[in-house]
Design a protein around this ligand. Sequence first.
Ligand SMILES: Cc1ncc(COP(=O)(O)O)c(C=O)c1O
Length: 475
Amino acid sequence: MNFESDANTIITALKNFRQESLSQTEPVINQAPLKQIIDELKLETLVKEGNLTSNNLALFTKKYLSFTTRLHHPSYLAHQATIPHYSGALGSLIDGFTNNGMSIYEMGPSAASVEYFMVNWLLEKVGWIPSPLELDKLNSDQKFGGGALTHGGSNANLTALIAARSRIAPETWKEGSPKDLVILAPAGCHYSVQRAAGIMGMGQNSLYLLDVDDKGAIIPNKIDSVYQQAKKDNKRVMALVANSCSTAVGVFDPLDEIALFCMEHDIWLHVDGAHGASALLSETHKHRLKGIEKAHSITWDAHKMLQTPNLCTALLVRDHIYIDQAFEQTGSYLFYEKDQPGFDFINRTMECTKGALGLKLFLVVGALGEKGLAAYIDTLTQTTLDAYEYISSLPEFTCPVKPQLNILCFKIDGSDNLQIKIRDRILSDGAFHITSTSFNDVRYLRICIMNPKTDINHIKQLIQKIQIIKSRLFL
Ligand SMILES: Cc1ncc(COP(=O)(O)O)c(C=O)c1O
C-alpha cells in the first residue's frame, strides 16, 4: 500500500473527471441499472480479494466516476447541490484521514476551534452577536448567539424544533411531548419539517398550514386567523417556520412582517434558510432576508450555496441559551464539568461523533474570500433570471414564478404527464440533468442553476431539446 501514489492516482482521476465534465465530453448523468454498476465495478471480486491499490485502484476509480453524476458539467441543472470548491474537497480528505470526531474538544481541538470560529462568522452575517472566545464568559449573563454545524438541513430543522419545544415545554425530556403543541408553517415548507413533527412524537397533524399567496409565500396578515384557530383548538403554538427560500420554486417569505407577529405573540420563529440564507453574503440579494435577525433560529446549508462539499449545515440561534438547553440529557463520561481549554459541541447536536464540517467551510471561504462567494451567488442568480426572461418569452412555455435566487420552474404546454415524460427522456439521454416538481397542483420542470459555468446557451439547448422531445412524443 502506498498512500502517496494511490492519492495521486485518485487526484489524476478527479482532475480528468472535472475536465471531461467541463468540456461536456461525457454525459452529465449515467444511470445504469444497479446490478450492472455492481458488476462493472467488480465489487464482489474486490471484496473477496482485497488488493485495491495501484493499477486496480486506478481502474476502479475510473469506472466509479463513469457512473457518477457530474455536478461540474454545465448541463447539471438539477438538485440543490453545490459545485464544491476543491479546497473544501481537500478539507474532506483531511477530515477523513485524521478522523477527529470533534464533538468533544479533546477529539479534535483544531476542528472544534475552526467550527466555533465559523459559527461566529455566520452569526455575524445574520447580524447576531458572536460567542466569546474567552470561554469563561459563556456562563455570564451576557447575550450572544450560538450554534453548531450539523450533518444536513433536515437534521438542523429537527434540532431547531427540538430547541423550540424545550423552550415552551421544558418538561418534555422527562415526561414526553405534550399533546397541545403545534407548528405553523406554509404548505411549501421542506418535508423535513413535517418529518421532524413526526419524529418528535407530535404527529404530522400538529402542522397548521399558513395561508400563502400565488407564489407560495406566507401572507403575514393572514397568520392571525390560523393562530386564532389553534387557540380555539386549545393548542399552544410552539414555533412558526418560514422559508428562505422555498424548495420548489425558491420564494422567500416576508420575514420582517412575520417576525413582528411572532414577537407580539412570543412565538419561536425558525427560518429554514437551508438554500437561501447564503444570499446574506450578496449585497444584491440580501434584502430577501430582511428581518432575519429577529428570528430565534436559522438553518443554513453551506453545501447548497457556499461551494462546500456535503454535508455542512449551520444551525444558528440568536441566544446561545436556546441551543444549550435544547437537549437535556446526561452521559457522565462526556458531560461532566471539566476543566478544559476548549468547547464541546456535543450538547448542541444530535450527533455524538461528528465530522470536521467547519474545516470544509473554512477552506472554501479562505480560498474564495467572502467576495468570491458573493460573486458565485450573484452569477447563479443572474443566469437564472436570464433563463427566466428567455423561457417566459417563448409562446409554448410558462413560468409560474419569477426567480428570486437560482431556482426556476417552467412547463411546456401540455399535461403533467408530458412534463414527467420529458424529464425521463432527458435523463436517459444524459445531455442534461433537471428535476420536476408539483406547484399549486401543477407539474413543472425545475432547474437549479448551481454551476457558474452554465450560461444562457446551455438553457437554449435545453429548451430546444424539450421541444424536440415533445414533437417526437406526439408523432
Ligand atoms: C428549504 C430546505 N430545507 C431543508 C432542506 C434539507 O436539507 P438537507 O438536504 O441538507 O437535509 C432542503 C433541501 O433541499 C431545503 O430546500
